[in-house]
Design a protein around this ligand. Structure first.
Ligand code: GUN
Ligand code: ZN
Length: 443
């Protein structure tokens, strides 16, 4: 059974206790360390949930009026965070044969124009939120489309499911087809209206959403920067330095900027709540600017491989003190599964002779993202007081994975094999703010 949002799982007040192997992070794991003090593993513990929050963790079953759920032998983790993904692009996932700029013009822009229709936006937003939950992703930073109605639909769908979600109407007033271009005046009005309505409502936040530098005029970039400057609690999301042809185009369009990233920096778009997807073709000065600003790179390895964009240098970013989170970037990326994202991240680093530990990957997809989004007081760990965004996982979902788990020695080996082999079949339950929002059939 896959859950529908407003059906039977809405009681966030009934106290629930989940028994299983609890895995989360209390710090940032060092690069390459398979034995890490940042990892917190509490085998066979009870996670206590009341009023939508984690209210206790203990080895003994709780006394009193608790609904007890025994998941012995299963893994319990904080819900995953996807820091860069496009709601309308489920319609173009797995499209053949193009690099970024052709991919946008051939597949993506035409698909996104359809989201002017409120019905398409509503259906797309609901499918998208349910698909995130079915993959164990309970929080996300998401692109809607240029249409205000698409952002409204996404906020509405996330709110119905109690999700922590950050999104915004896409700003793009040039180099885009009819039906997908906005203009500075109307776009500003739409943003202000959406911010008034949604920013800080329940678990929702607004992100000033610049598609990427080539599709915004200098006037629109200035307007976006002014919105950010007026309210430091707003997020900003965009793409940067993803593809070499794109980087060349930005050079021609903004000859005065030192680099692609500098286009954003000059427009007050680089700050502690900025989420920049990709960042493959950046240099040391860019990394220093990212570090100073507190902005994060949403590393999107599945997309980078699929669109042939390039290999992100995670090690250089980390050494420069830049926060790196993990993202699916669907539909450039080919899966909403955090496991495919982490698996592809491992392979990208392997191509550069680096080794991404399960700890670095799992941390980046949970507590690391939460910290980079300044949301670690709310999500990303199994700490008492955090919102109960929690997933229950099987360690193995098929005979090959079962065999691999039988012979795994030590926690890192087990966690790495799990991370590499798991998918949505491993997900037993997804809890959001203490409500059961997704449950595997037959559980
Ligand atoms: N750059 C501008 N728009 C997009 C998009 O939709 N996806 C990706 N991957 N890169 C972009
Ligand atoms: Zn993207």
């Amino acid at each position: 059974m896959s859950s529908a949002p407003s059906e039977v799982f809405n009681d966030t007040t009934a106290p629930v206790a989940l028994r299983g192997d609890l895995l989360d992070f209390i710090d940032t794991p060092a690069w390459g360390a398979v034995d890490s003090p940042a990892v917190r593993f509490r085998p066979d513990h009870w996670l206590l949930i009341r009023g939508g929050r984690i209210c206790g963790v203990q080895a003994e079953p709780p006394q009193g009026h608790w609904t007890l759920q025994d998941h012995r032998g299963r893994l319990i983790m904080p819900g995953f965070v996807d820091t860069h993904v496009h709601m309308p692009q489920l319609d173009v996932i797995a499209s053949y044969g193009t690099e970024l700029l052709d991919w946008l013009n051939t597949y993506t822009f035409p698909a996104e124009t359809r989201f002017a229709d409120p019905g398409r936006s509503r259906a797309g937003a609901e499918l998208f939120c349910d698909a995130l939950l079915a993959n164990g992703t309970t929080s996300a930073v998401v692109f809607a489309t240029a249409h205000k109605v698409s952002a409204d639909a996404l906020f509405t769908a996330a709110r119905q499911r109690g999700m922590r979600l950050i999104t915004g109407k896409v700003l793009q007033d040039r180099h885009s087809p009819d039906g997908l271009r906005d203009d500075v005046v109307q776009a500003e009005r739409d943003c202000i209206d959406l911010i008034d309505r949604w920013h800080g409502t329940d678990r929702l936040s607004y992100a000033v959403t610049v598609r990427f530098a080539p599709t915004s005029s200098p006037e629109q970039l200035a307007m976006a920067g002014a919105l950010c400057a007026a309210d430091a609690t707003l997020y900003m999301q965009t793409h940067v330095a993803e593809n070499r042809a794109e980087v060349e185009w930005v050079k021609q369009l903004f000859p005065q900027a030192r680099s692609y990233l500098d286009v954003y920096a000059r427009n007050h778009l680089l700050h502690a709540r900025s989420v920049l997807a990709h960042g493959i073709w950046i240099d040391d000065a860019d990394r220093a600017a990212l570090q100073r600003s507190g902005a994060q790179i949403a590393h999107s390895p599945s997309s980078n491989l699929f669109l042939g964009s390039g290999l992100f240098d995670w090690r250089a970013a980390g050494d420069a003190g830049v926060a790196v989170s993990l993202a699916s970037d669907v539909g450039g990326g080919t899966s909403l599964s955090p496991f495919r994202t982490m698996g592809d991240a491992y392979k990208v680093q392997a191509m550069a002779g680096q080794r991404l530990t399960a700890w670095c990957a799992l941390h980046a997809a949970t507590l690391g993202s939460a910290k980079a989004l300044r949301l670690d007081h709310e999500i990303g760990s199994l700490e008492v007081g955090r919102m109960a965004d929690v997933c229950v996982w099987d360690w193995a979902a098929d005979p090959v994975a079962h065999r691999r788990m039988e012979v795994a020695r030590g926690l890192h080996e087990r966690a790495f094999a799990w991370m590499t082999l798991a998918d949505d079949r491993n997900l037993v339950q997804a809890w959001v703010a203490g409500a059961l929002r997704h449950q595997r059939a037959g559980v």
